[in-house]
Design a binder for this molecule. Structure first.
Ligand SMILES: [Zn+2]
Length: 315
């Protein structure tokens, strides 16, 4: 068995994987929702759910294999947006158990004892629609999904793409009660200066570390160059390792989040960032002490390989 995640974080830079849902959408297996409704509002529409794990397992297995071949030391099970409530709205609520179980099994098969398998847990979208009164419902949903992931045998959790710190802290509490270790990364939008409920990156980092996260950081929404300043603020405010999984789409000085750009989701090809930006990011991350690096939306295996090149160059 490979060293557990804590040992990996202590011994060097952990190379994660890339983004699953957007890549599988490009390959024709995931619904972006763009034909039904205005996506990108953050208010909880039905797009980008992970039923591909049961409908086209061969496509998900292949993408895991590609990331593994590119050097990923952690494969994330595609359990993003797989809480029962989100799946309900996409018409897959009754398959909540089998989708979570199948996603973990597929990642485990590709990892083949040579990479770790992380369970991905993200925001419920209830806070966006209902406000903070959704807290107790959200907590129940996190507790259920984390129990499913633990029972399916994940090595640890990655709590990712949370817009609000209060919701992230609920998920971290559920993770702690489950006994699973958790890496916790927020997504900042529309600007990198604060999350949706008004906390700076430094405040988020401290709160997540205090809540028991083994590494804290950011994922999605920004390209590496745009994300770096917020990662540096986080690094200066905590002792735990910093984790970063940026997106591969170009944002602007006025809008720091690609899901708020007019090109989302049907013209993302026109704002794709080159993989060389990820080679540079790998180099900088290693030099600056970022301990977990991967890619999020827009990153296929070529981007993971580019990150690996950057990490190697920084030796
Ligand atoms: Zn993403």
């Amino acid at each position: 068995m490979p060293p557990r995640i804590l040992e990996l974080l202590e011994n060097g830079v952990v190379l994660g994987d890339g983004g699953y849902l957007l890549e599988l959408e490009r390959r024709g297996y995931v619904d972006s929702g763009s034909r039904r409704e205005k996506v990108g509002t953050g208010r909880g529409s039905g797009q980008f759910t992970p039923e591909v794990a049961i409908e086209h397992p061969e496509a998900l297995r292949l993408l895991h294999q590609e990331f593994f071949n590119a050097g990923s030391g952690v494969l994330q099970a595609l359990t993003f947006f797989a809480t029962r409530e989100k799946l309900n709205r996409a018409g897959y609520g009754a398959q909540t158990e089998v989708i979570n179980q199948a996603a973990v099994r597929l990642a485990r098969e590709a990892a083949d004892d040579r990479a770790l398998v992380a369970g991905s847990v993200s925001r419920t979208q209830l806070f966006e629609r209902e406000g903070p009164s959704a807290a107790s419902h959200a907590r129940d949903l996190f507790a259920e999904q984390i129990r499913l992931l633990r029972d399916a045998g994940v090595d640890f959790l990655i709590l990712e793409t949370f817009f609000r710190l209060d919701e992230m802290l609920l998920a971290l509490d559920c993770a702690a009660k489950s006994g699973l270790l958790a890496v916790a990364t927020m997504s900042f939008r529309p600007l990198i200066t604060q999350c949706s409920d008004g906390h700076t990156p430094a405040e988020c980092a401290r709160a997540m570390a205090d809540a028991g996260a083994i590494a804290v950081g950011a994922n999605c929404e920004q390209e590496p160059e745009r994300m770096l300043p917020l990662l540096r603020q986080m690094r200066e405010s905590v002792k735990v390792p910093i984790a970063a999984q940026p997106a591969a789409f170009r944002t602007t000085a006025e809008c720091h989040s690609f899901t708020r750009m007019p090109q989302f989701p049907d013209e993302l090809e026109t704002i794709q960032v080159s993989r060389k930006a990820f080679t540079a990011f790998g180099r900088i991350a290693k030099t600056e002490g970022i301990r977990y690096v991967g890619g999020c939306c827009g990153c296929n295996a070529a981007y993971v390989r580019a990150l690996a090149d950057g990490l190697a160059e920084a030796k």
